[in-house]
Every structure is written in C-alpha cells, then in structure tokens.
Design a protein around this ligand. Structure first.
Ligand SMILES: [Zn+2]
Length: 201
C-alpha cells in the first residue's frame, strides 16, 4: 500500500554545487531530499530526528497527518520515514559531500552580505529616526498583543493618560486572552519609551 522507498544518490538529483532541477516535480523531490540531508547530517548511527516535513502518503486514500523522521543508519545512510503510517520515503547515500552535508547552514552576519530583508537593517542609507522606529515598534507590539487599536489611537491614548500604568491597563482591558509574558515585557518597555517621547515636556 505504501509506495516503495526510494534509494537516493543525491548526485542523480542535484548538481554538485547544490543547484536544483527546474522541472517542478523533480525540483520538489530534489529539495525534499536536500531537506532530509540537512535534518539528518549531524546524527550518529542509531539516532533519529523529527522534522517538519509533512508525510505525503495517503493510507486508505486519506492524507497521513504524520511528519517524517530522519534516522541515521549503521551504514551512514539517512533514512526518511513517517512514524505515523510507517511509510518509508527515502534512503539517502553519498550525501556527505552535498552542500547540506554538515547540517544547517552557518549563521551569516547581515552586515557581511548584500542580501536585504524588509524586517532587517533599514534599506535606506539614512538611518530611521527614533520617531519612525517607535512607530514601527508600536505597530508590531499592537499586532502581537492582538489589540484593535491603531498606532495613532495608541498615541492619543498616551497623550491623554495620567500615567504609563493607565496606558497599559487601557491596552490590556479589552483583550480576550492575557498576553504572553514576553509580549508584556516588550509592551511595557515600548509604552515607557512612547511616554518619554510623546508627552509634552
Ligand atoms: Zn505518514
């Protein structure tokens, strides 16, 4: 019932420099193989690691809800299998010299790369002002909190409140769920910053 496990030599699927095929079906298979290598490369024989790769088998025509585990075999093959339906997907050999043969990629200092991300360091050459930064942080804090207030409404609230404590209480009162402690910490710091910044001296 379960499809046959595929014995994989990555060289048959992926260019030595890590380039994936462009044909959609081949490409998604090859990327999945690379993901299994990345998850499994640092395991010792007899060790396994759960992954976030969703099982693709359909036992009894219903999609399996399991996730693959990677298991290091005694002969250094990486087995990828689903513990829920028992389906075996890959048995991967000769993975050591692929770009994922050491596991997860090393971290990269953003300053040393040309890559730019919208939430990372600002794209503009001029640094953002303290005011702009507070606006951005306010928006994120309100979203994390699940508050329906806009940044503008928050500023109005701060302008009219008697104390930062009152701001916090007004922010938290309408919430359906109490926020996580980390969210609360972030919010507290932000409200104090906004209080210092936005209130007329
Ligand atoms: Zn499964």
């Amino acid at each position: 019932m379960a499809p046959k496990m595929t014995i994989v030599n990555p060289a048959h699927w992926i260019e030595p420099n890590g380039t994936f095929p462009t044909t959609p079906r081949l490409r998604s298979r090859a990327i999945r193989i690379a993901q299994c290598i990345e998850y499994g490369a640092n395991l010792q024989p007899g060790e396994a690691r759960p992954t976030l790769l969703a099982c693709r088998y359909r036992p009894n025509r219903r999609a399996c809800e399991g996730f693959l585990w990677v298991i290091m075999q005694d002969d250094d093959a990486i087995q990828a299998a689903c513990p829920l339906c028992g389906g075996d997907e890959f048995l991967i050999y000769e993975w050591e010299s692929t770009p994922w043969g050491s596991g997860l990629a090393e971290s990269i200092d953003l300053k040393s790369t040309a890559a730019r991300f919208s939430a990372g360091p600002p794209k503009r050459t001029s640094p953002i002002t303290a005011h702009e930064k507070l606006e951005i942080l306010s928006e994120r804090a309100l979203t994390l909190l699940g508050s329906e207030l806009t940044v503008k409404e928050l500023h109005v609230l701060i302008a009219h409140a008697q104390s930062p404590n009152e701001v916090l209480k007004r922010l938290l009162a309408p919430l359906e769920h109490p926020p996580e402690e980390a969210t609360l910490d972030r919010l507290l710091g932000l409200v104090l910053d906004l209080w210092d910044h936005a209130r007329p001296k």
